[in-house]
Design a protein around this ligand. Structure first.
Ligand SMILES: Cc1ncc(COP(=O)(O)O)c(C=O)c1O
Length: 389
């Protein structure tokens, strides 16, 4: 069981002014089956660990998709269709996209994407909601059950023999070859920025909800990162809604085998760096080797710490969430979903990490928030992990 923490080597420069397109919240209010997901305060666990609060926002309950990812996919897809149809993208409602005329435009588009599971499932679901088409590719080693979830939503999905970065390149070429094809990727690079920005803005509904659900602002937020678009979406929402001096301490958490933000902070030359090879981790959603170009600058300027955890720490966190103390809520959390909680759980329960605990100022005044970003999206592995001790 290992974990690591480093302080940011970069200057803390939180941006001024509103960042996120303010229509995200109104758009979601117009989506028929949109519901706020639960926020659980684990009171008994917080007491045991001598901190004020441990809050877990449960995205396993989002849209019946078992993960937060659909929040980005639906919003970005809606924006693409609205632009093509000449609608006002700043005041878009779900209903505007349901007229026969707009549905016909939507039906002429095919959205291509690469995924390790949750993003592709969100895209397949969004395509179904908006009467358009999706084609999904997965990297080697992806679980068949995750591909099947995508196919069940009507999108063709293949598990390729490419690693994540290469499957993104392959899918991008596939989209270019289709005259009606559009790449809808949850990662930005070069001049591919607009759709990933909409995806990250769509995710921000998660933070908007938990800030409304919490009675006080959090003092600490731990965010698990793959390419970092989830983290940057949460950070942008926090910056938009909380005065600068009250912003929580932000820690980015990654699997130790594929920690591109941690690596970039360690190299400390201000650039984003790629983890080489074909790394392995049970945290499939976080198995991303390169930071997203839109997320790196936001995270670099606002994260105070970068952390890593081993797979067994993540598994222990999953078991802790599934076996609560007393009347704390039971939370079903998958490998990537539990990562941020698992990191916190280990430093608060293992006396060897007292130094890290002190460095993070996790004392009796700490109001911690983490997001359970997925449920048991790989049920066989979930059961296996539950049986281990
Ligand atoms: C469950 C889960 N959590 C977190 C993430 C990380 O999101 P990002 O790649 O935007 O950092 C992912 C990405 O796929 C995911 O599936």
């Amino acid at each position: 069981m290992t974990l690591q923490l480093i302080k940011t080597p970069f200057e803390y420069k939180v941006r001024e002014g509103k960042i996120i397109n303010p229509d995200v919240i109104d758009f979601y209010k117009s989506v028929p089956n949109y519901r706020t997901t639960p926020l659980y305060s684990l009171k008994n666990l917080a007491k045991k660990y001598h901190v004020a609060q441990i809050n877990v926002k449960d995205e396993s309950k989002r849209f019946g998709l078992e993960a937060f990812k659909g929040t980005g996919g639906l919003y970005a897809m809606a924006q693409v269709i609205a632009k093509k149809a000449g609608l006002d993208t700043k005041k878009l409602t779900y209903q505007q996209l349901q007229t026969p005329e707009i549905k016909k435009i939507a039906a002429s588009i095919t959205f291509y994407t690469a995924t390790d599971g949750n993003h592709g499932r969100g895209i397949a679901w969004a395509a179904k909601q908006l009467s358009t088409h999706a084609v999904v590719n997965m990297p080697k080693g992806s679980q068949e059950i995750r591909a099947q979830h995508i196919r069940d939503l009507g999108a063709p999905c293949v598990i390729t023999d490419l690693n994540y970065d290469d499957v993104v390149k392959y899918t991008s070429e596939q989209a270019k070859k289709d005259s009606n094809g559009i790449l809808i990727q949850d990662m930005a690079w070069g001049d591919y920025m607009e759709i990933p920005t909409d995806i990250s803005d769509g995710y921000s509904i998660v933070a908007d909800e938990f800030l409304k659900q919490m009675n006080q602002t959090p003092t600490h937020i731990f965010l698990q990162a793959g390419v970092g678009q989830f983290s940057s979406g949460m950070i942008n929402a926090l910056i938009d809604q909380i005065p600068k001096e009250k912003l929580p301490i932000i820690t980015i958490v990654e699997p130790e085998t594929v920690a591109c933000y941690y690596l970039s902070a360690k190299i400390a030359d201000g650039k984003a760096h790629t983890v080489p090879g074909s790394p392995k981790t049970i945290m499939a959603g976080l198995n991303c080797q390169t930071p997203s170009a839109i997320s790196w600058p936001i995270i670099k300027d606002s994260a105070k710490f970068y952390a890593t955890l081993s797979d067994d720490v993540a598994a222990k966190g999953m078991r802790q969430l599934a076996n609560p103390i007393g009347d704390d809520s039971k939370i079903i959390s998958g490998e990537s979903g539990a990562a941020a909680f698992a990191f916190v759980n280990e430093i608060l329960s293992n006396p060897n990490y007292q130094g890290i605990r002190n460095e993070l100022k996790l004392d009796e005044n700490a109001r911690i928030i983490v997001v359970n970003t997925e449920g048991a999206t790989d049920p066989i592995n979930y059961q296996k992990i539950m049986k281990e001790s």
